[in-house]
Design a protein around this ligand. Structure first.
Ligand code: FES
Length: 202
Protein backbone atom coordinates (compact mmCIF):
# COMPACT_ATOMS: atom_id res chain seq x y z
CA UNK A 1 0.00 0.00 0.00
CA UNK A 2 1.25 3.51 -0.75
CA UNK A 3 1.95 5.78 2.19
CA UNK A 4 -0.39 8.68 2.84
CA UNK A 5 1.29 12.10 2.35
CA UNK A 6 1.52 14.29 5.42
CA UNK A 7 3.22 17.61 6.09
CA UNK A 8 4.10 18.28 9.72
CA UNK A 9 1.46 15.82 10.87
CA UNK A 10 -1.23 17.42 8.70
CA UNK A 11 -2.70 15.25 5.97
CA UNK A 12 -2.31 16.82 2.56
CA UNK A 13 -5.35 17.42 0.35
CA UNK A 14 -5.96 14.45 -1.89
CA UNK A 15 -3.59 12.09 -0.12
CA UNK A 16 -4.78 8.53 0.11
CA UNK A 17 -3.66 4.94 0.33
CA UNK A 18 -6.11 3.99 -2.39
CA UNK A 19 -4.44 2.75 -5.54
CA UNK A 20 -7.49 2.60 -7.78
CA UNK A 21 -8.55 5.43 -10.08
CA UNK A 22 -10.96 6.85 -7.49
CA UNK A 23 -11.13 10.22 -9.27
CA UNK A 24 -12.85 8.59 -12.26
CA UNK A 25 -16.02 8.40 -10.19
CA UNK A 26 -16.17 12.18 -10.10
CA UNK A 27 -16.18 12.69 -13.85
CA UNK A 28 -19.71 11.47 -14.68
CA UNK A 29 -21.12 13.58 -11.86
CA UNK A 30 -19.29 16.67 -13.06
CA UNK A 31 -20.33 16.13 -16.66
CA UNK A 32 -23.89 14.83 -16.22
CA UNK A 33 -25.03 16.67 -13.09
CA UNK A 34 -23.09 19.81 -13.98
CA UNK A 35 -24.44 19.70 -17.55
CA UNK A 36 -28.00 19.14 -16.35
CA UNK A 37 -27.71 22.01 -13.87
CA UNK A 38 -26.48 24.32 -16.61
CA UNK A 39 -29.16 23.22 -19.09
CA UNK A 40 -31.96 23.47 -16.49
CA UNK A 41 -30.85 26.96 -15.45
CA UNK A 42 -30.73 28.21 -19.04
CA UNK A 43 -34.13 26.69 -19.85
CA UNK A 44 -35.74 28.03 -16.69
CA UNK A 45 -34.47 31.57 -17.18
CA UNK A 46 -35.16 31.61 -20.92
CA UNK A 47 -38.90 32.04 -20.40
CA UNK A 48 -39.98 30.83 -23.86
CA UNK A 49 -40.45 27.64 -25.92
CA UNK A 50 -42.02 25.77 -23.01
CA UNK A 51 -45.33 24.76 -24.60
CA UNK A 52 -46.03 22.92 -27.80
CA UNK A 53 -49.39 21.33 -28.68
CA UNK A 54 -50.50 19.32 -25.63
CA UNK A 55 -47.01 19.36 -24.11
CA UNK A 56 -45.58 21.61 -21.44
CA UNK A 57 -42.01 21.58 -20.19
CA UNK A 58 -41.78 20.14 -16.65
CA UNK A 59 -39.57 23.09 -15.71
CA UNK A 60 -42.64 25.32 -16.16
CA UNK A 61 -45.32 23.24 -14.49
CA UNK A 62 -47.53 24.47 -12.90
CA UNK A 63 -47.58 27.39 -15.28
CA UNK A 64 -48.15 30.63 -13.37
CA UNK A 65 -48.76 34.05 -14.93
CA UNK A 66 -47.56 33.05 -18.38
CA UNK A 67 -49.00 36.31 -19.79
CA UNK A 68 -46.91 38.45 -17.45
CA UNK A 69 -49.73 40.30 -15.71
CA UNK A 70 -47.73 40.72 -12.52
CA UNK A 71 -44.56 38.65 -13.03
CA UNK A 72 -42.26 40.10 -15.71
CA UNK A 73 -39.71 37.25 -15.77
CA UNK A 74 -39.75 33.61 -16.79
CA UNK A 75 -42.68 31.77 -15.11
CA UNK A 76 -40.29 28.89 -14.33
CA UNK A 77 -38.53 31.06 -11.74
CA UNK A 78 -41.72 31.16 -9.67
CA UNK A 79 -41.66 27.40 -9.14
CA UNK A 80 -37.95 26.66 -9.43
CA UNK A 81 -37.43 26.62 -5.65
CA UNK A 82 -39.57 23.50 -5.14
CA UNK A 83 -37.83 20.98 -7.42
CA UNK A 84 -34.43 22.61 -6.92
CA UNK A 85 -34.75 22.51 -3.13
CA UNK A 86 -35.79 18.85 -3.22
CA UNK A 87 -32.85 17.84 -5.42
CA UNK A 88 -30.26 20.02 -3.74
CA UNK A 89 -31.10 18.64 -0.30
CA UNK A 90 -31.44 15.00 -1.44
CA UNK A 91 -29.06 12.67 0.42
CA UNK A 92 -27.83 11.08 -2.78
CA UNK A 93 -27.26 14.39 -4.56
CA UNK A 94 -25.48 15.79 -1.51
CA UNK A 95 -22.98 12.98 -1.57
CA UNK A 96 -22.48 13.45 -5.31
CA UNK A 97 -21.96 17.21 -5.34
CA UNK A 98 -20.04 17.44 -2.07
CA UNK A 99 -17.49 15.12 -3.65
CA UNK A 100 -17.49 16.26 -7.25
CA UNK A 101 -17.83 20.01 -6.80
CA UNK A 102 -16.64 20.76 -3.26
CA UNK A 103 -14.06 17.92 -3.08
CA UNK A 104 -15.12 17.64 0.53
CA UNK A 105 -13.90 14.93 0.59
CA UNK A 106 -13.14 13.99 -3.04
CA UNK A 107 -13.85 10.30 -2.33
CA UNK A 108 -13.93 7.70 0.42
CA UNK A 109 -10.55 7.51 2.21
CA UNK A 110 -9.16 10.49 0.27
CA UNK A 111 -8.15 13.52 2.31
CA UNK A 112 -10.05 16.76 2.07
CA UNK A 113 -8.28 20.08 2.56
CA UNK A 114 -6.83 20.37 6.06
CA UNK A 115 -7.50 23.13 8.52
CA UNK A 116 -11.25 23.15 7.97
CA UNK A 117 -13.27 22.48 11.09
CA UNK A 118 -15.78 19.73 10.44
CA UNK A 119 -19.24 20.78 11.51
CA UNK A 120 -21.29 18.41 9.44
CA UNK A 121 -24.65 19.91 8.64
CA UNK A 122 -25.14 21.57 12.01
CA UNK A 123 -24.36 25.18 11.05
CA UNK A 124 -25.44 27.61 8.35
CA UNK A 125 -25.68 27.13 5.40
CA UNK A 126 -25.60 23.33 5.43
CA UNK A 127 -28.04 23.06 8.31
CA UNK A 128 -30.63 23.98 5.67
CA UNK A 129 -30.17 20.49 4.24
CA UNK A 130 -32.44 19.34 7.04
CA UNK A 131 -35.33 20.94 5.20
CA UNK A 132 -35.31 17.95 2.87
CA UNK A 133 -38.29 16.27 4.53
CA UNK A 134 -40.39 19.40 3.92
CA UNK A 135 -39.24 19.65 0.31
CA UNK A 136 -40.43 16.06 0.01
CA UNK A 137 -44.01 17.18 0.73
CA UNK A 138 -43.63 19.89 -1.88
CA UNK A 139 -42.26 17.35 -4.37
CA UNK A 140 -45.37 15.18 -3.93
CA UNK A 141 -47.49 18.21 -4.77
CA UNK A 142 -45.39 18.85 -7.89
CA UNK A 143 -45.91 15.22 -8.91
CA UNK A 144 -49.67 15.83 -9.00
CA UNK A 145 -49.15 18.65 -11.51
CA UNK A 146 -46.76 16.54 -13.60
CA UNK A 147 -49.18 13.59 -13.70
CA UNK A 148 -51.91 15.97 -14.82
CA UNK A 149 -49.62 17.28 -17.59
CA UNK A 150 -48.74 13.74 -18.64
CA UNK A 151 -52.42 12.86 -19.02
CA UNK A 152 -53.04 16.04 -21.06
CA UNK A 153 -50.09 15.10 -23.28
CA UNK A 154 -52.30 12.37 -24.79
CA UNK A 155 -55.08 14.81 -25.64
CA UNK A 156 -54.77 16.29 -29.13
CA UNK A 157 -57.26 18.58 -30.94
CA UNK A 158 -58.56 15.50 -32.84
CA UNK A 159 -58.93 13.53 -29.60
CA UNK A 160 -56.79 10.89 -27.94
CA UNK A 161 -53.36 10.39 -29.48
CA UNK A 162 -49.85 9.28 -28.70
CA UNK A 163 -46.84 11.28 -29.74
CA UNK A 164 -43.18 10.97 -28.85
CA UNK A 165 -43.70 13.85 -26.43
CA UNK A 166 -46.60 12.01 -24.73
CA UNK A 167 -44.33 9.03 -24.06
CA UNK A 168 -41.45 11.20 -22.86
CA UNK A 169 -43.73 13.06 -20.46
CA UNK A 170 -45.14 9.80 -19.16
CA UNK A 171 -41.66 8.29 -18.70
CA UNK A 172 -40.52 11.49 -16.99
CA UNK A 173 -43.30 11.47 -14.41
CA UNK A 174 -42.98 7.71 -13.82
CA UNK A 175 -39.26 8.08 -13.11
CA UNK A 176 -39.82 11.12 -10.92
CA UNK A 177 -42.51 9.25 -8.98
CA UNK A 178 -40.21 6.31 -8.26
CA UNK A 179 -37.40 8.71 -7.32
CA UNK A 180 -39.67 10.71 -5.00
CA UNK A 181 -41.20 7.69 -3.28
CA UNK A 182 -37.81 6.12 -2.68
CA UNK A 183 -36.84 9.20 -0.67
CA UNK A 184 -35.56 8.60 2.85
CA UNK A 185 -37.92 11.28 4.08
CA UNK A 186 -40.91 9.12 3.19
CA UNK A 187 -40.15 7.45 6.53
CA UNK A 188 -41.08 10.64 8.37
CA UNK A 189 -44.41 10.69 6.62
CA UNK A 190 -45.02 6.98 7.27
CA UNK A 191 -44.15 7.38 10.94
CA UNK A 192 -46.66 10.18 11.29
CA UNK A 193 -49.49 8.29 9.65
CA UNK A 194 -48.78 4.85 11.17
CA UNK A 195 -50.78 4.15 14.35
CA UNK A 196 -48.54 3.44 17.39
CA UNK A 197 -47.68 -0.27 17.70
CA UNK A 198 -48.57 -1.02 14.07
CA UNK A 199 -44.92 -1.64 13.15
CA UNK A 200 -43.23 -0.13 10.14
CA UNK A 201 -42.00 -1.26 6.80
CA UNK A 202 -39.28 1.41 6.85
S1 FES B 1 -33.11 11.41 -0.07
FE1 FES B 1 -33.01 11.70 -2.20
S2 FES B 1 -35.00 12.36 -2.65
FE2 FES B 1 -35.02 12.26 -0.51
Amino acid sequence: MAESSTTGGVTRFGSTQRQDTWWLELLPVIVVLGGFGLYATLRAFEGKFYEWGPYISPFYSPLIDANHHWWPFSPAILILGGPLGFRATCYYYRKAYYRAFFLDPPACAVSESSGRKYRGETAFPFILQNLHRYFFYLAVLFLCFLWYDAVLAFRFPEGFGIGVGSLIMLANVLLLTTYTFSCHSLRHLVRHVTPPGAGSLF
